[in-house]
Design a protein around this ligand. Structure first.
Ligand SMILES: C[S@@+](CC[C@H](N)C(=O)[O-])C[C@H]1O[C@@H](n2cnc3c(N)ncnc32)[C@H](O)[C@@H]1O
Length: 310
């Protein structure tokens, strides 16, 4: 690995060290069964357990069921706070979670140790590009919103292939931001403002064509490039891969690949919902989002890909 790669990887890790530190400070609990209401998360689904359930509940259950059906040894690459590893381990799987952010791994370990639960769960702080050093084979390898943080997605996919058992599978749940369109931003704007302005928040906004244009564009850039202006990224390797067709190509070695488009705009809306009926509204938005995808009005950004080795 080049010196420049090492330097940027350090920065990548630092960005997530900082994120987990900040999250823990405001009360974040990396546990889908115990996470608390977090008033300091303004637009993030982790604000409420129910938002996480509405947005990710089905996909998490699917990942757990697929993993259980395929064997025992599971590796999550880029596990962050460890909430998914924990759920997999609670389902009697033998789980290893790796992440380059040592603070994320430290907090995942600390949280696990606090629990009075018998789990086969192991966390390692490391660059996943060195994963062969673990010298273990896995029945399932999972990327949960982490593949787009790898500088070389082809390399990490090939490494994953290598360390999968004979009948192993790769499960990738990722946002592909290239598919986020100005139409998607416009839908997001309208839904968000209808709900915000007329049912939830107290401070009412005044609109003009100019202000609508400004907000739609801000939603567009923020989602597509993870930044409001095109210039700055959340971390050095963020959004390194945003094109699903490239990932499909990189999976050519696998015998069977199933790609399922999921949704587009829910990421930008659910966590920001307020008001008494926010959960019902979130459920409808999530369904409507899937529908817009089903009838090809919007292209999905979130996908689940399951690639079988044999
Ligand atoms: C967007 S976060 C997702 C974390 C977690 N899966 C979740 O959904 O909360 C991406 C994660 O990938 C990790 N990551 C980035 N590059 C990595 C690498 N080379 N090796 C291991 N982990 C890496 C980051 O530290 C970060 O925790």
């Amino acid at each position: 690995m080049s010196g420049n790669y090492r330097k940027l990887l350090k920065e990548e890790a630092k960005a997530f060290d900082k994120q987990i530190k900040k999250r823990i400070k405001i009360g974040f609990v990396p546990d889908l069964r115990k996470n608390k209401f977090l008033k300091n998360f303004y637009n993030n689904i982790w604000r409420e357990k129910k938002f996480v359930k509405i947005h990710w509940g089905q996909i998490i259950n699917q990942i757990i069921n697929l993993s259980k059906k395929n064997g025992k040894n599971v590796l999550e690459i880029g596990c962050g706070s460890g909430f998914l590893c924990l759920e997999l381990a609670r389902n009697k799987l033998d789980v290893t979670g790796i992440d380059v952010s040592s603070k994320s791994i430290k907090s995942a370990k600390e949280y696990k140790n606090k629990l009075n639960e018998k789990l086969n769960l192991n966390y390692i702080a490391m660059d996943a590009n060195d994963v062969v050093k673990i010298k273990k084979r896995y029945s399932s390898i999972i990327f949960f919103r982490s593949l787009h943080h790898f500088k070389d997605y082809k390399k990490i996919i090939n490494l994953s292939y290598k360390i999968l058992e004979k009948n192993g599978q790769l499960i990738i749940f990722e946002p592909f931001r290239k598919n986020f369109s100005i139409e998607a931003a416009t839908y997001s704007f309208l839904i968000r403002n209808l709900v915000d302005n007329f049912s939830g928040k107290k401070n009412k906004k005044k609109f003009s064509i100019r202000s609508i244009d400004k907000e739609v564009n801000s939603i567009y850039y923020e989602y597509k490039y993870e930044t409001k202006s095109k210039k700055k990224k959340q971390s050095p390797f963020d959004n390194s891969i945003d094109d699903i067709s490239k990932v499909k190509k990189a999976l050519k070695k696998f015998k069977k690949v199933k790609v399922t488009p999921l949704d587009t705009i829910s990421d930008k809306i659910l966590g920001g919902l307020r008001g008494k009926r926010r959960h019902e509204i979130a459920t409808l938005i999530k369904l409507f989002d899937s529908y817009l995808n089903k009838i090809n009005i919007l292209k999905a950004t979130n996908y689940i890909i399951v690639a079988k080795k044999n």
